[in-house]
Write a protein that binds this ligand. Structure first.
Ligand code: CO
Length: 505
């Protein structure tokens, strides 16, 4: 009997697609700034893949040996991979935020982070210090001729796309005020009805409190804010992402409560004071993008619908169909609390619930929400064809776990055909760890899956990162090319591909 149990444990261990030690390697700081043509390549870079992939994420997981408490508190670093005529160039630069410059000069942590990083000296050194770091580490976009590093709680930082030099903060001709929030998850509407079919960028900001103000920004192709509307909704809100359709913005108000006292007293980071309320519903906030005058018309009013309790960081896409808005989102059963004494490097993946892909039907006639599970495999960081944002679509791509059940680090890229239900997967397990993929169409108006899926994969075996180019038509195939970088890039957050070729070498 005892032998049998040992065998059973041994086989469970053997089934794991990763080791925690391997995964941990991707959370080491990268301190150098590089600049080189990538020459260690398996396969061939497609000659018709031209443009620039910008990625953002925490580059530093420590300040001169003092560990930060959570990766979300890590200083933002831009990685840029430029594809031109079958070659690829790499450059990375830290964003020279005020806090980055000060801390690097001092050689120690000077600021509290939202996710629990504290200044040395215990709670007394941190009490009543509300001066948080704008770490510019969450996303990077190129819009209206500006390269912007985004962090959701404050204004963007502007960078030179050629050199990645930090140019300062961006206020969009003073439409943003000093310190005003601008979320890290803009959506690119490929064809805005209000602007005669021109593309536009839609973003939001959250000002939480007893009631929360949600501001919606719309920017034209020149990078100018042309519409800005503010809406108040009841209750505290922690909202990281949203989705758009031609007529609506959709935000999920996750059921959380905020107790600021431990934060004020210097005992916890602000993010550690958010408590999930499993007995409360998730509220779905639907804000019209068109500003009408007829208050009786539902199309012009903010509507709040309710669905089961759950926690959503990221949405994949949304679209309007008949009297419904359909929205596809990665949903967790709950939000695990970040404990002050915990170390994220010791994460027990098995103890957490996986993110899973759900389709929500928001019925605007009877205000009911129904949902169905599309993918139970643990997944995060979904994306779609850029022309399909806000439109009915067929294919989505996402980072995914290697195994089809349970919670685990992302090690794979997955494609889901929403029409047939077919799923394709390419996995980098056991040594590789995946992140957000970016879909790049070969031709913007060709077949929806005719293009490439680009992803950064941390190769723990060589302690370096690869840029992987997959054929989006068939993810089951081996990559078209695997570009080996000379170093690793810590696990990143978000980024975007643009057709412009930025390289200076
Ligand atoms: Co995000």
């Amino acid at each position: 009997m005892q032998n049998f149990q040992i065998d059973e444990i041994a086989s469970t261990v053997a089934e794991k697609s990763y080791s925690r030690e391997s995964w941990q390697g991707g959370y080491q700081s990268v301190k150098e700034e590089y600049d080189y043509w990538i020459d260690d390549i398996e396969g061939e870079i497609p000659a018709d893949l031209n443009g620039t992939l910008f990625r953002n994420g925490p580059g530093l997981l420590d300040i001169n040996g003092q560990n930060i408490h959570h990766p979300f508190d890590g200083d933002g670093m831009i990685s840029r991979i430029t594809f031109t005529n079958g070659r690829a160039h790499f450059r990375n630069r830290f964003i020279r935020t005020q806090a980055y410059l000060e801390e690097q000069k001092a050689g120690k942590i000077l600021y509290r982070g939202v996710f629990g990083t504290q200044k040395p000296g215990g709670w007394l050194a941190n009490a009543f210090d509300f001066n948080l770091k704008n770490i510019a580490n969450t996303n990077v976009i190129y819009w209206g001729g500006k390269l912007l590093a985004l962090w959701e709680a404050a204004e963007p930082h502007k960078l030179d796309p050629q050199t990645l030099e930090t140019l300062g903060k961006e206020y969009f001709d003073k439409v943003l005020s000093e310190g005003e929030a601008f979320a890290a998850h803009p959506r690119f509407d490929p064809s805005c009805e209000q602007d005669n079919g021109e593309p536009c960028l839609v973003n939001f900001s959250i000002k939480p409190g007893l009631s929360t103000t949600i501001t919606i920004f719309e920017l034209n192709t020149a990078g100018k804010i042309i519409r800005k509307t503010a809406h108040s909704v009841p209750g505290f809100a922690f909202i990281h992402d949203f989705a758009i359709t031609p007529n609506y913005c959709i935000l999920f108000q996750n059921p959380v409560a905020f107790n600021p006292i431990p934060f004020a007293l210097g005992m916890r980071g602000a993010g550690e004071c958010i408590k999930f309320q499993g007995n409360q519903p998730t509220k779905v906030i639907i804000i019209p993008r068109t500003s009408g005058t007829n208050e009786d018309n539902n199309k012009n009013k903010v509507q709040i619908l309710e669905t089961q309790s759950g926690f959503v960081f990221h949405h994949c896409n949304a679209f309007e169909k008949d009297s419904e808005i359909i929205i596809d989102s990665i949903c967790y059963e709950n939000l695990p609390e970040v404990e002050p004494e915990s170390d994220f490097r010791e994460t027990d993946f098995d103890a957490l619930k996986p993110g899973q892909l759900w389709r929500f039907h928001l019925n605007l006639k009877d205000n009911k929400v129904s949902r169905e599970l599309i993918e139970s495999r643990c997944c995060e960081f979904p994306c779609v064809h850029p022309e399909k944002v806000g439109r009915e679509y067929r294919y989505l791509y996402t980072g995914a776990a290697h195994g089809d059940s349970g919670n685990a680090p992302l090690q794979a890229f997955e494609k889901v055909d929403l029409q047939t239900g077919e799923k394709q997967i390419w996995s980098a397990a056991p040594d590789g760890f995946a992140s957000e993929p970016n879909f790049v169409p070969r031709n913007r108006h060709g077949d929806e899956d005719d293009g490439w899926l680009l992803g950064l994969v941390y190769d723990s075996n060589h302690h370096r990162s690869d840029v992987v180019i997959l054929d989006a038509k068939d993810l089951n195939k081996e990559p078209i090319a695997r570009l080996h970088l000379k170093h690793h890039i810590p696990y990143g957050l978000h980024g975007n591909f643009v057709n412009d070729v930025f390289v200076n070498s």
